[in-house]
Structure formats: C-alpha cells, structure tokens
Design a protein around this ligand. Structure first.
Ligand code: F6R
Length: 261
C-alpha cells in the first residue's frame, strides 16, 4: 500500500486524475471503477476540466459503479446512477451504456447482483478502481462484519453510515435507504489498481485501521493491505492518526518522478 499525504483536496484530485489520465492514455479501452459520495467529486471536476482541455478521452472506455441504494425511484437525485450521470456521464465522453451500475430497482435483487458480477467479468475486470472510505471503515457499502471474500450483494447500512449520508437527504436520516447493493470486498480486490481518497478528521480513525491496523472484517477497508497495488491519497486531517506519517511523507518526497503512482 502506498500512502500519499497531500496538502489540499485539489492536490489529491489531481494525483488521482493523473492515474486515470495515464491509464486511458495507454489503454483507451480501460475499465474504470467509480465511487459516489463526496470524496471523489473534486476528481470528477478535474477529469471534466482535463476532458475540456483535450487531455483525456473516455470514448472507448467503460466504467462500473461500486454501489447503489435499493428502492430509490429512477428519478431520485441521490440515486447513485443519477449522481454518476450528473458528475461523470454528462461531463465526459463515455459512449451511451458504457457506465453501468447495480440495479437497485430490480424485482429480483440477488439476480441483479449476479448479473452485475458477470458484467464486470465480461468486461475483463476493472483496471482502476476509485474508492472512498466510510467513517466506520466501509469501502463501497461493505459495512463492518462484511466477508472479506464477498461479492456483489445486498447489505444493510449501519446507523453510522445512515447518519453520515443524511446530509445528501436534506439532513434527515429517515430519508436514507436502509438497503444497498454493493460490490463485495472480493470483487473490489480483483481490480488491478485501487485508488482510495480520504479527506477530513472524520476519516482519521478508519484510515488508521485501514493502513496500520490488523486486517479484520471489523474495518473492511483493511483488506487493502492484501492488494498488490493500492494507492491511498490523504489530506493531513485524514492522516492525523497514522503512526508512520513521517515515513510516508519522506518516501513520497523522495520518489522518482518516473515511477508514477
Ligand atoms: C460510495 C461509496 C462509499 C463512500 C463512503 C465515503 O459509492 O463507495 O464507500 O466512498 O461512504 O463517502 P464520502 O466520500 O461521502 O465521505
């Protein structure tokens, strides 16, 4: 795991965008994994900027979303499919149908989960997966206690995540759906490169367990310690509880420019 502590959200977004620009530059047919929530928003702004400037193209690329609420109406602005359409689809040149997500409105949710796993497999897997982290240590919506080998399935959100996400629903936790479809930890771990972004003091405890704690289903993001290419981009506040922060800074400061992330 490479931990990179950067001074601003803009610097974090720029570093993640560099990874994507390099990937689609060499592999225009790349498969991206997209996260929702607030952490990647600046990255999506940065990609839109670079697209306008002609630096990146996604016309041949595909993308898979991490997760989706169960039961939010097709037109609900917080349905993740709609969020990703607003933030990514409408601003970049992905072909119609090239961005897929789990279907939280399916009549048969387990079948929708199986179909989603198959779609990722048929696409050849995810090349680069963008991730955020919940304050309870979830990635995608793999809440504490999730199997470290899990695949796309239905999960129940924790009261902590419901409280955290109430800000997207007018501050009312009662409006946050209780159930979600989410890629499993086993699914996510098959992506070739994981790029996780975490911002703010509220993430510091989860980041501490993810990077320097024991690998445990209690802190699902800790599974990243087993991934051969995981890049963790943090601001100072999210890195506040890392024992080895001075070492991570030292290593990144001395990193040869050719090496990339
Ligand atoms: C959403 C997702 C979640 C979020 C996490 C952090 O697709 O995968 O794991 O990344 O809940 O959310 P923010 O970024 O809003 O703090």
């Amino acid at each position: 795991m490479e931990v990179v502590i950067l001074p601003t959200q803009a610097a974090i977004a720029s570093a993640a965008a560099d990874c994507i620009e390099a990937l689609v530059g060499t592999t225009p047919t790349a498969v991206l994994g997209l996260a929702t929530g607030s952490s990647p928003l600046e990255l999506y702004n940065e990609l839109a900027e670079r697209f306008r400037a002609g630096r990146v193209k996604f016309a041949q690329a595909r993308a898979f979303m991490l997760d989706e609420y169960v039961g939010l109406s097709a037109s609900h602005p917080e349905r993740y499919r709609n969020v990703i359409e607003r933030e990514v689809g409408a601003r970049l040149d992905f072909a119609p149908g090239a961005i897929q997500g789990p279907n939280g409105l399916a009549d048969d949710l387990p079948a929708a989960c199986r179909a989603y796993e198959q779609a990722i497999k048929d696409a050849g897997g995810v090349d680069l997966q963008i991730l955020g982290i919940g304050s309870d240590g979830h990635i995608a919506f793999n809440e504490p206690g999730s199997s470290l080998a899990s695949r796309t399935r239905i999960k129940t959100l924790t009261p902590q995540t419901i409280a955290d996400n109430a800000r997207f629903f007018g501050g009312d936790p009662a409006q946050v759906p209780r159930h979600v479809l989410t890629q499993g930890l086993g699914t996510i771990m098959e992506a070739h490169h994981l790029v996780l972004m975490a911002l703010g003091r509220g993430k510091a405890e989860a980041v501490h367990h993810m990077v320097e704690g024991g690998v445990s289903a209690m802190w699902p993001a800790s599974i990243l310690q087993f991934h051969p290419h995981a890049t963790v981009l943090l601001d100072d506040a999210a890195a506040a509880r890392l024992q080895l922060a001075p070492y991570y800074r030292h290593a990144y400061a001395g990193k040869p420019a050719w090496q990339g992330l």
